[in-house]
Write a protein that binds this ligand. Structure first.
Ligand SMILES: [Fe+2]
Length: 206
């Protein structure tokens, strides 16, 4: 059974191909992390689907903000931060009858930018008030955002990303989940490519 309409992912891809490909990587990372955390196999597909649409609310963000090629100012950042609640709104309008699992998917999307110390958005939830899947998505999302190049900043290496994320344990991320991510990434094929390869990939596509 599916809890997310795949058309929502396609609509996001039409709006912003970068965000759509980011969502695929976050979905794969979240599923692998969920497996490491012993989430039952039957729930992993729903977690993967949640990753695929976690940023679907960006459909509602104006192109001038979403696709801006430089850092956002404070006002633009406030607009960008509305995407998680917009994603919840979009998913709630689906005609899929999903019961408790769909509720979990929708809640995970709303809260995927909550920080463990309560400093995130949209509701400032802290610790275990934050849905478990949202805490998983936050770790997967942070890793992919840092290890992927954008127009306004370079990608950083796996080691640099893990070091930064390690410093943010307990403030941004759940220590238990980051610990599992750290263990998983020692051997995971989802580990970001070494910088030398990233550079040559970029040259190949320039
Ligand atoms: Fe997001």
């Amino acid at each position: 059974m599916r809890y997310v309409d795949h058309a929502l992912y396609v609509a996001l891809d039409e709006k912003d191909g970068y965000t759509a490909s980011h969502c695929v990587r976050v979905a794969d990372l979240a599923e692998a992390l969920g497996r490491t955390l012993n989430i039952p196999e039957e729930d992993l597909r729903s977690l993967h689907d949640t990753g695929l649409v976690h940023d679907v609310g960006k459909i509602g963000i104006p192109d001038g903000v979403l696709l801006k090629h430089s850092h956002l100012d404070a006002h633009e950042w406030e607009i960008m931060k509305t995407h998680s609640a917009r994603g919840e709104r979009i998913l709630m309008a689906q005609s899929i009858a999903g019961g408790a699992v769909l509720d979990a998917v929708i809640k995970a999307v709303r809260h995927h930018h909550e920080h463990f110390d309560g400093s995130g958005y949209p509701d400032g939830l802290a610790g275990e008030e934050i849905p478990f899947w949202s805490r998983i998505l936050l770790v997967a999302d942070s890793y992919d955002a840092m290890t992927t190049p954008r127009a306004y900043r370079r990608a950083i290496s796996h080691d640099e990303a893990m070091e930064i994320m390690g410093r943010e344990v307990g403030t941004r991320s759940d220590p238990l989940i980051f610990g599992a991510f750290d263990r998983m990434m020692q051997t995971s094929p989802l580990r970001a490519l070494p910088m030398s390869l990233l550079e040559s990939n970029r040259l190949m596509h320039d």
